[in-house]
Ligand binder design. Structure first.
Ligand SMILES: Nc1ncnc2c1ncn2[C@@H]1O[C@H](COP(=O)(O)OP(=O)(O)O)[C@@H](O)[C@H]1O
Ligand SMILES: [Mg+2]
Length: 231
């Protein structure tokens, strides 16, 4: 479905992505894991067209490089950014509607689906986004992404800074989203949890893929265990 082939990306003189290649099969959960600062967010920004890149990004066989972000959104690639980026002064409902503005006709059914996935957001639908807890804001950010009818959802650090309970909710939700037919590309520092739910995973260090395999294989990999799992 998505193929990233020898992708390079830089900020000014500093090259951050160094010939990264990853493949995401339709219907799967794929995770990209690695320490802070290795280029995970940069990879998602390149895929969604927020920053320029060299190399090939193709989606359903069509090259995306050079398309503006709104055209990439139009193909069904929806990016839920690091740090949630919800609108604090708007209500929960209004935040969700922002995700739906290209999809007025499916709005009602998507809203029902989001509230079913996150009953908490339904309870708080009139509350302003800024008054929600970190975990609730993350649900709102994911919910807003789902309102845009994603075919591929890019999730950047959805569990960052969340309590263990919300972390559980986030990872369970990601599995439910995949079950509903949406493909997920997940970027995370919570290596254990991400690998546990992933069909395929890539470990990146310093802008390059150093290991890849099924989530289960990487969980058993001695280097992964040593570097990320503390054993
Ligand atoms: N807008 C930017 N301008 C300059 N350097 C940046 C910018 N964003 C990120 N970087 C740098 O690029 C590298 C990779 O960042 P990032 O992709 O955010 O890493 P990760 O998401 O894996 O933590 C880091 O060294 C970071 O400091
Ligand atoms: Mg990041």
């Amino acid at each position: 479905m998505l193929k990233v082939d020898h992708l390079n990306a830089s900020y000014g003189e500093m090259q951050v992505l160094k010939s990264i290649s990853i493949t995401v099969e339709q219907g799967s959960i794929v995770s990209v894991v690695g320490s802070n600062g290795v280029g995970k967010t940069t990879l998602l920004k390149a895929i969604s067209g927020i920053i320029p890149s060299k190399g090939i990004i193709s989606f359903d066989g069509e090259v995306l490089n050079g398309l503006p972000p709104h055209r990439i959104v139009g193909r069904g690639i929806i990016h839920v950014p690091e740090g949630r980026k919800i609108f604090p002064d708007m209500s929960v409902i209004e935040n969700l509607m922002m995700g739906a503005f290209l999809h007025r006709n499916t709005c009602k059914q998507n809203l029902d689906r989001v509230f079913e996935l996150f009953p908490r957001l339904a309870e708080r639908r009139k509350q302003s986004g800024g008054t929600l807890s970190g975990g609730e804001q993350q649900m709102l950010a994911i919910g807003r992404g789902l309102m845009a009818n994603p075919r591929l959802l890019l999730l950047d650090e959805p569990s960052l800074g969340l309590s263990p309970i919300f972390t559980d909710t986030v990872f369970r939700t990601i599995e439910q989203i995949r079950k509903s037919g949406v493909t997920v590309l997940l970027v995370e520092q919570n290596v254990f949890r991400s690998l546990s739910i992933s069909d395929q995973a890539y470990v990146i260090t310093n802008g390059s893929v150093v290991l890849n395999g099924s989530g289960r294989e990487l969980l058993e990999n001695p280097e992964v265990k040593r570097a990320f799992l503390g054993r």
